[in-house]
Structures are given as structure tokens and as C-alpha cells.
Design a protein around this ligand. Structure first.
Ligand code: NAG
Ligand code: NAG
Ligand code: NAG
Ligand code: NAG
Length: 382
């Protein structure tokens, strides 16, 4: 009995030693000397900016923005928020043989086009250039990066059309090329991105219709953002039938016609349609049946319907219906809204604003320019 006990105790001791050893020799933290040399060359090429704290006397696996695999090879290279880095994207990144994630984020003086050697980094799964002054067309060699899962090229100065070769990146789940100077239509080549979940093309100069293939082919879409372009024509009703869609942003375009009833099916959390030329009845968007809607923005359109009888969805937390031709009175449950997330100004509404101190103190601007709203911040109703 005592012997068995001893065996168990010594076994535990050996185990403890083993565990301890594996902790004290962190093989995963050893930067490969070749990769370290490449990183220091890049730093030197960038003029040794103080925003890159990389200290040659320390293990590069611990440097800010750098991550290595178990062989010590750099797999992640990220430079964030560096105001002191100037000029083009540095060379030599193609000498990091294991690189899978490459990020440049918040470097306003990074400029010039994307260098062509980036097309050789075929192991990349994540590639981001965000908030820079990088220019030129989105280059064709990006079509070679077929392992990309994420491509974020937003808030830069890219010009020209959305290129067809983006359709070759069939593994893409996240594509955001918003806030650039891109022109032309949304190309049908994007119909090949059948794994896409987030698609943002907002704040460019895109024109033409919202193509049908978005709803027909891109069945995995969860978030669709096409705000602030020059898109025209109707909203395809099929968008509302995408199985996993939760957010649709089409604000700031020239879309016309009625809002499709499918957007009131109850699957959407965020609906942004302000600043278009949409007409007709939108009351179904506000109704209880649209049971997941949280943010509803339809300001600056040509909508015309009676607001009185709308049975407001309890999930709704933000509504902006300003600058339309909406008439009737405020619906019954209106008083549940936080007053900093509502705007009903510039319509044809009439009748009482809910009682209570909250509505007496509110900035009257959110109720201004209606037909005959009374109470709240305005004189009492007669
Ligand atoms: C961006 O680049 C343009 C020229 O390509 C230059 O005129 C402008 O000043 C740059 N902006 C910044 C923030 O560096
Ligand atoms: C870098 O960018 C910032 C922000 O755009 C700008 O204010 C600054 O002048 C630029 N610095 C140089 C040296 O170009
Ligand atoms: C929708 O989401 C569910 C749950 O995440 C997932 O299993 C399903 O495959 C998705 N459908 C499509 C068409 O992507
Ligand atoms: C409502 O939308 C209009 C137009 O988009 C905008 O000007 C206004 O500031 C918005 N109101 C609020 C309270 O955000």
C-alpha cells in the first residue's frame, strides 16, 4: 500500500517537472534570425521611425505587431497608427516565408501604389491597408492571393473600377473597400464570392443598379453596406430574403421606388436607407412584425404614410424619419424612445408629443417643421 503511494507521488513529481520544463523553455518565442534580419532591414528602409519600437537586442517574436510560428518565422506583420512613416509600402516583405497576415493601419503618410511583389505573398489569409494615402487602382496581382479570407482596403485613395479579378478570391469572407475613390458599376465578377459574409463598398463613387446577383449568389452575406455612392434604380426585393442578413446600408444614393416589403420580415437589425428618393409606404418597417429591428433610418426620402396606427417594434432603439411626407400623429409606443435617438422633423405630423419631463427638456429640433405637433418642448395642445 505504502509502496503504491510512493510510486504515485514520484509519478506526480516527474509529471510536475515535465510540465515545468515545458513552460521554462518557450520554443515558440524564438525569432528566426533570418526573419529578424528582414524586419530590421524594413525598419531601416523606413528611416528607423520612432513609432517602430523594434529593439534589435530583443527577441523579434515579442516586437509590437509581430507574431511568429513555432519555427520562429514571422506569420503576422502589422504597423498601426504611425504618423512618422512616409513614402511607399516598404520592400522585403516577400522575404518572410511564412507570412499569413499583413496589416498597415492608420499611416496617413504611407503613399504610392501597392508594390507588385505583394502578389507573391500567396500564403496571406489577411491583408489590410486602412487609413493611408496609398493610391492607384486596386492592382491585378491581388487576384493571385487566393487564400485571402479578409481583404480590408478602406479609407485610402484607390481609384478606378472595382476590378473583376477580386472574383478570383473565392475564400473571401470579409471584403471592405469603402471610403476610396472607386468608380463604375458593381461588377458581376463579385458573384463568385460565395463565402462572403461582410461586403462593404460604401463611400465611393459607384454607379448603376444594385445587381441581382448579390441576393442570388452571395447567400452567406450578413452585412451589406453600399452607403454613399451614386447607385440608382430600385432596391431588389430579394435582398430581404437573404437567409443570414442582419444589416443593410443603402443610405446616400439615388435609389427610387418603394421600399420592398421583404425588408420588414423580421431578420434585420440595422436598416439604413436615408438620403435616397424612395417613395410610398414604409410603415411596415416600424411594425412589431419586424421583430429584430434596432436602427431604422429613412430620412430624406419621399415617403408618405400614416404614422398613427403603427404598432412600433419594441426592439427599435433608433429612428430617423426626418424630411419625408409622413402624416398622422405619433404612434402610441413612441414615448418609449430615448430622446437622443429619434428624429421626426420635417414631416406632416400632428397631435400631442408624449408628456413627461424628458420631452419638455428635449431639443425641439427633433420635432421641428411638422404640421401641428404640440406639447413636449412646444406649447401645450389645445
Ligand atoms: C496624399 O498624397 C497626395 C499626393 O499623392 C498629397 O498631395 C497629399 O498631401 C497626401 N496626403 C497626406 C495626408 O499625406
Ligand atoms: C503626416 O500626416 C499627418 C496627418 O495627415 C500630417 O498632419 C503631417 O503633416 C504628415 N507629416 C509629414 C511629415 O508629411
Ligand atoms: C447561416 O448561418 C448559419 C448559422 O451560423 C449557418 O449554419 C448557415 O450555413 C448560414 N447560411 C448560409 C447560406 O451561409
Ligand atoms: C437624421 O437624418 C438626417 C439626414 O440623414 C440627418 O441630417 C440628421 O442629423 C439625422 N438626425 C439625427 C438626430 O441624427
Amino acid at each position: 500500500m505504502a509502496q503504491a503511494h510512493l510510486i504515485i507521488v514520484s509519478l506526480l513529481l516527474v509529471l510536475a517537472l515535465f510540465v515545468d520544463l515545458s513552460y521554462s523553455q518557450p520554443i515558440t518565442d524564438l525569432c528566426h534570425p533570418h526573419d529578424k534580419k528582414v524586419l530590421l532591414r524594413i525598419k531601416n528602409h523606413l528611416g528607423n521611425p520612432s513609432s517602430l519600437s523594434w529593439d534589435p537586442n530583443t527577441d523579434c517574436a515579442g516586437w509590437t505587431g509581430i507574431q511568429c510560428n513555432s519555427q520562429g518565422h514571422v506569420i503576422r506583420f502589422a504597423i498601426n497608427q504611425a504618423l512618422d512613416i512616409h513614402g511607399p509600402i516598404p520592400p522585403f516583405l516577400d522575404r518572410l516565408p511564412a507570412l499569413t497576415s499583413l496589416y498597415f493601419d492608420g499611416i496617413p503618410n504611407l503613399s504610392g501604389p501597392i508594390p507588385s511583389y505583394i502578389g507573391k505573398l500567396t500564403k496571406l489569409t489577411d491583408f489590410s491597408i486602412i487609413g493611408t494615402n496609398v493610391t492607384g487602382p486596386i492592382p491585378e496581382f491581388l487576384g493571385q492571393l487566393t487564400n485571402l479570407n479578409l481583404l480590408y482596403l478602406y479609407s485610402n485613395k484607390f481609384t478606378g473600377p472595382i476590378p473583376n479579378f477580386l472574383g478570383l478570391l473565392k475564400s473571401l469572407v470579409y471584403l471592405d473597400i469603402s471610403s476610396n475613390l472607386l468608380t463604375g458599376p458593381i461588377p458581376v465578377a463579385l458573384a463568385q464570392l460565395t463565402n462572403i459574409e461582410i461586403l462593404s463598398l460604401s463611400s465611393n463613387k459607384l454607379s448603376g443598379n444594385i445587381p441581382d446577383f448579390i441576393a442570388q449568389k452571395l447567400k452567406s452575406i450578413k452585412i451589406l453596406e453600399l452607403n454613399y455612392n451614386s447607385l440608382s434604380g430600385p432596391i431588389p426585393p430579394s435582398l430581404g430574403f437573404l437567409p443570414n442578413i442582419s444589416s443593410i446600408g443603402l443610405a446616400g444614393n439615388q435609389l427610387s421606388g418603394p421600399i420592398p416589403k421583404s425588408l420588414g420580415r423580421g431578420n434585420l437589425n440595422f436598416i439604413r436607407l436615408s438620403q435616397n428618393k424612395l417613395t410610398g409606404d414604409a410603415s411596415f418597417l416600424f411594425e412589431k412584425a419586424n421583430k429584430n429591428v434596432m436602427i431604422l433610418e429613412v430620412a430624406n426620402n419621399l415617403l408618405k404614410f400614416d404614422f398613427t396606427k403603427v404598432d412600433l417594434a419594441p426592439s427599435l432603439s433608433t429612428m430617423n424619419i426626418s424630411h419625408n411626407m409622413i402624416y398622422g400623429s405619433l404612434p402610441k409606443r413612441f414615448s418609449l424612445f430615448s430622446t437622443d435617438s429619434v428624429d421626426v422633423s420635417y414631416n406632416q405630423l400632428c397631435g400631442p408629443i408624449p408628456n413627461g419631463r424628458r420631452y419638455k427638456r428635449v431639443d425641439p429640433i427633433i420635432f421641428a417643421h411638422n404640421k401641428c405637433l404640440c406639447g413636449g418642448p412646444f406649447p401645450g395642445c389645445k
